[in-house]
Design a protein around this ligand. Structure first.
Ligand SMILES: C[S@@+](CC[C@H](N)C(=O)[O-])C[C@H]1O[C@@H](n2cnc3c(N)ncnc32)[C@H](O)[C@@H]1O
Length: 356
């Protein structure tokens, strides 16, 4: 089971199938369930998902009352935890955990809370595996040692118990040493690069992020297609220093990403020379626009339109206020080709594909 952002389930399902990792069986809220004949470490290469889990047990017919909590004990006791521990090792995850962590979440109203579910599952798993479990009711669990991270999700009447493949969440990228406010969640950056069709571009094609911050989108684009000409601009020199540091871990076949200090309302690029623009401009929640964009947000779209190639140039942008910003994009001649809404830490921005 892969967990992803709400809204990206289909994008992640496509990534799983395209990478030949298995057959997608079903989509649930934030989840893609898939089966694999021969699970192995390749699954850790997925980039649009937050994490991958091995399904341990499912449980159906869960109602709303507190009495339902007792029903979690049996699957938590009989789930094949030891087999999953071995399989986790085979997939490249740690295989010698020292403690049980449980995180539960559910949709809809219930007369119990997530800690109740976590404790019901955690105590049983602790007994079976002989590892300590500490309830999250008592505050943050200890960070020391190696967790056996169990996830319980409950959607409608159906619960799933699963164990995360990796010790550290997959969405926390090792490259991301430097960050800026508003920095993008890497799996969403990877999904945006996919939605822009970056993987289908010929080597040498040019991809631009005009407000690149610490470079997340371009670094994810480079993972998708190594031979591209990637360009990032930003008005903040500190962000660009962070982007250069984050981009340093390149593979041998990777071209360096070119970063330049520039106002996104006055890009130092010739007309019609960019194949794809992928970006999250600064009128989100945490970042104020600077320079020309502070007073003239329309210039962002004007410049995107100007630099995109006339034959097949396309932009994929994350817009927190599409009602305000899409009319600006349309007023400079960009047309909406596609749009999807994602849930991102309590906000619901749109990922919009535009073409000229
Ligand atoms: C939402 S952040 C982008 C974060 C980036 N995608 C990342 O993952 O780190 C927006 C960026 O826009 C930049 N910015 C604000 N006004 C700008 C302007 N006029 N021209 C270029 N960049 C600008 C900010 O410095 C900030 O880095």
């Amino acid at each position: 089971m892969a967990r992803t952002l709400r809204g990206l389930e289909e994008v992640s399902a496509r990534e799983i199938e395209e990478r030949g990792l298995g057959t997608v069986e079903r989509l649930r809220h934030r989840e893609v369930w898939f089966s694999s004949e021969d699970p192995g470490p390749r699954v850790l290469g997925l980039r649009t998902v937050d994490d991958v889990f091995l399904l341990a047990a499912t449980l159906d017919g869960i109602g709303h009352t507190k009495a339902e909590l007792d029903r979690f004990a049996a699957p938590a006791r009989t789930a094949p935890w030891r087999d999953l521990l071995n399989l986790r090792g085979r997939c490249g995850g740690p295989s010698s955990p020292t403690r049980i962590d449980v995180v539960a979440s559910f949709l809809g109203k219930r007369n119990f809370n997530r800690y109740d579910i976590e404790d019901a599952v955690g105590r049983e798993a602790s007994d079976v595996l002989g590892l300590p479990y500490r309830s999250r009711r008592e505050g943050r669990p200890p960070e020391d040692g190696e967790p056996f991270p169990i996830r319980v999700t409950l959607e409608g009447p159906e619960a799933a118990l699963a164990v995360r493949l990796t010790g550290r969440p997959m969405h926390r990228r090792a490259y991301k040493r430097e960050s800026v406010p508003g920095t993008l969640h890497p799996p969403l950056a990877a999904a945006m690069a996919r939605l822009a069709g970056v993987g289908d571009l010929a080597p040498g094609a040019r991809v631009l992020d005009p407000t690149c911050g610490t470079g997340t989108i371009l670094i994810e684009a480079r993972h998708l297609a190594p031979g591209l000409h990637l360009v990032g601009t930003d008005a903040d020199p500190d962000a660009l220093r962070g982007a250069a540091a984050n981009s340093a871990d390149a593979a041998e076949e990777d071209a360096p990403i070119a970063y330049a200090l520039a106002d996104a309302g006055r890009l130092p690029l010739a007309d019609g020379t960019v194949d794809r623009v992928v970006g999250n401009p600064p009128w989100g929640l945490q970042v104020e626009p600077h320079g020309s964009l502070a007073r003239h947000p329309k210039r962002y779209f004007g410049e995107v339109q100007r630099v995109l190639r006339r034959d097949g140039g396309r932009a994929v942008l994350l817009l927190h206020d599409p009602d305000t910003h899409l009319p600006l994009a349309e007023s400079v001649g960009l047309r909406v080709r596609d749009s999807l809404t994602v849930s991102l830490f309590g906000t619901h921005p749109s990922v919009v594909a535009l073409e000229r």
